[in-house]
Ligand binder design. Structure first.
Ligand SMILES: Nc1ncnc2c1ncn2[C@@H]1O[C@H](COP(=O)(O)OP(=O)(O)O)[C@@H](O)[C@H]1O
Ligand SMILES: [Mg+2]
Length: 304
């Protein structure tokens, strides 16, 4: 009964909601990759940030129904997709981290093949969609080229095109900018930004900058746990007057580690700059305007 209003809303408003409730996943070998995660995600870009091994891909694969959670559930637009995976599959675009399918056929033909797998039966409808998507991802000129000859950036944009086939309501991209050069990364990011207006886009990444530039909501995870969630600006504001820095001699680092909660250290022109989190002003440190990087590093050190 409770799900009815959500369904009606999503029908008339293009509003989508994904609720992840107390989700846990233990792999067959006994390793627990997701530990009791809960998240509410709506239209727009949602950034899932975490270091390698945090469990991001495990979470994405569970959302798209490639693996079943050990406990908890996922509700998409009011429908429990852990029980009814077909609903999300019909409305989903997924660009996995290891999208390794680059056969010796043309971009157009591969998209046509994927469109058929997605159930777009009408031939002219398929063609129209493919041509407009190739335009959107800037690959029109290459539509007759074989995809295995594509550069990294072109492959990722092709990946987005295949994810967008069938007008999905939820698009999940797992570490899409890894391996792209800065220009390709910008182009890719602005493409994601364009498509996120009326759909949910979940972007998993270990790059703070991508989340900062693109996402209105975010979460940080590590070792299978959710450490933080919220709007980037609000998470940053929580660190106001709590981030301090100092340049020190390399040999002193151990002493500082024992005395302060050091969240990052960086070598700048041969000087070691340490950044610390503290509620009160530490002696001889200077205050620093908090950045999303500080939110990230602080949440990672908190749990250890
Ligand atoms: N099929 C699997 N079986 C067992 N452990 C796995 C499997 N897939 C991933 N893992 C482990 O789960 C943890 C999280 O991996 P992953 O979800 O890929 O993290 P991320 O995408 O954040 O780098 C890692 O320690 C990884 O080794
Ligand atoms: Mg991953």
């Amino acid at each position: 009964m409770e799900t009815l209003p959500v369904l009606l809303l999503s029908k008339f408003n293009n509003m989508n909601t994904l609720s992840i409730n107390n989700l846990s996943l233990t792999y067959k070998n006994g390793f627990q990759a997701i530990k009791n995660i809960s998240l509410e995600i709506g239209n727009g870009m949602f950034g899932l940030l975490g270091p390698n091994g945090a469990g991001k891909s495990s979470l994405m694969k569970t959302i798209v129904g490639l693996q079943k959670p050990t406990s908890g559930n996922i509700i998409f637009n009011g429908i429990n997709i852990s029980k009814n995976p077909d609903y999300i599959k019909q409305n989903l675009g997924f660009l996995p981290q290891d999208f390794g399918v680059y056969p010796k056929i043309s971009a157009f033909d591969l998209l046509e093949h994927i469109a058929m797998l997605k159930g777009i039966k009408d031939r002219s409808e398929r063609k129209n969609q493919i041509l407009s998507l190739l335009e959107k991802v800037n690959l029109s000129d290459f539509r007759n080229k074989e995809v295995h000859t594509f550069s990294g950036g072109m492959r990722q944009r092709f990946g987005v095109a295949q994810a967008l086939l069938g007008n999905p309501k939820i698009i999940i991209v797992d570490e899409p900018t890894a391996g792209l050069d800065p220009e390709e990364r910008n182009r890719f990011n602005s493409l994601l930004n364009d498509i996120s207006k009326e759909v949910i886009v979940i972007l998993s990444t270990h790059l703070v900058e991508d989340v900062r530039n693109l996402c209105s909501e975010m979460a940080i995870m590590n070792k299978g746990e959710l450490l933080k969630k919220g709007k980037p600006n609000e998470l940053i504001a929580q660190l106001d007057q709590k981030i301090w820095s100092k340049s020190i001699d390399k040999n002193e680092l151990n002493n500082y580690h024992s005395e302060y909660q050091i969240i990052s250290q960086q070598l700048i022109e041969r000087e070691l700059h340490i950044t610390t989190f503290s509620e009160v002003e530490p002696k001889e440190f200077i205050p620093v305007n908090p950045l999303l990087e500080h939110v990230y590093f602080h949440s990672l050190t908190q749990k250890m």
